[in-house]
Design a protein around this ligand. Structure first.
Ligand SMILES: C[S@@+](CC[C@H](N)C(=O)[O-])C[C@H]1O[C@@H](n2cnc3c(N)ncnc32)[C@H](O)[C@@H]1O
Length: 190
C-alpha cells in the first residue's frame, strides 16, 4: 500500500535512477569494497542508494570466506540517533535524510564528528555549484525543500546547497552526489 500511495504522488520509491546509479556505484566500489563501518542517513524504501550499499558491503572472516555485511536499521531523526555513536566510529557516511537547511547543517556537523580520519562523508541532492547568486537565493528559501532557478531550467535543494557550502570549502560532485574525505582536521574534495 505505501508503494501505491507514493507512486500516485509521482515520487519514485527507487531514487537511484540511471545517471545517479553510476555515481553511487562508484562511491560504493571505492569505499565499501574492504571491511568498513558505514552509515546512511535517509533510507526511504531501501530501493535506491540503500540497495547499492547493501550489495557492496561484505564481511570478511579470518579464514577468508566472504559473506554479506551486517546491516542494522534504526528508525528516528538522524540528529537524535547519531548521539548514540562514539566519535570517529564510521569509515563512510552518506547523508540523504531531510533536505531542510537546519537539518542538513546538523546532520553534517554530526557526521564530521562521527567519521574516522581518512573516512568519507557524502550525500545526495547537490544539483548546482554554489555561486553567490544561488547562495543568496538559497538563503531566501530555507523553508523550501527544492526550488527552481528562474534563469535556468534547473531545480535544486537550497538547504543542501547552503549547508554543504558552509561546512566544506569544496566537494567532489557527480550527478548531485557530493563527497569529501577527512584528512586530520581538513576536508578534501578527492
Ligand atoms: C530522499 S529519501 C532517501 C532516499 C534513499 N537514500 C534512496 O536513495 O532510496 C529521504 C529519507 O529520509 C527520511 N528523513 C527525512 N528527514 C529525516 C531526518 N531528520 N532524520 C532521518 N531521516 C529523515 C525520509 O523519511 C526519507 O525516508
Amino acid at each position: 500500500m505505501p508503494h501505491t500511495l507514493v507512486s500516485l504522488s509521482g515520487v519514485h520509491t527507487n531514487q537511484a535512477w540511471p545517471g545517479r546509479t553510476a555515481a553511487l556505484e562508484a562511491l560504493a566500489k571505492e569505499h565499501l569494497s574492504s571491511p568498513c563501518v558505514a552509515m546512511e542517513i535517509g533510507t526511504w524504501f531501501g530501493e535506491g542508494s540503500t540497495a547499492i550499499w547493501a550489495k557492496h558491503l561484505k564481511r570478511v572472516y579470518a579464514y577468508e570466506k566472504e559473506s554479506r555485511g551486517d546491516i542494522y536499521v534504526l528508525r528516528g531523526a538522524a540528529s537524535k540517533l547519531c548521539a548514540f555513536f562514539k566519535p570517529s566510529t564510521f569509515d563512510f557516511i552518506y547523508i540523504d535524510g531531510s533536505h531542510y537547511y537546519a537539518d542538513v547543517l546538523e546532520d553534517i556537523r554530526l557526521a564530521k564528528m562521527l567519521i574516522k580520519d581518512g573516512g568519507t562523508i557524502c550525500g545526495d541532492d547537490l544539483e548546482v555549484a554554489p555561486s553567490e547568486a544561488r547562495l543568496v537565493l538559497a538563503r531566501k528559501n530555507l523553508h523550501r525543500d527544492f526550488i527552481r532557478l528562474e534563469d535556468e531550467d534547473v531545480w535544486f535543494h537550497p538547504g543542501v546547497l547552503l549547508a554543504v557550502h558552509e561546512h566544506f570549502r569544496a566537494v567532489t560532485n557527480h550527478a548531485g552526489i557530493w563527497s569529501v574525505v577527512r584528512r586530520g582536521e581538513d576536508w578534501v574534495a578527492a
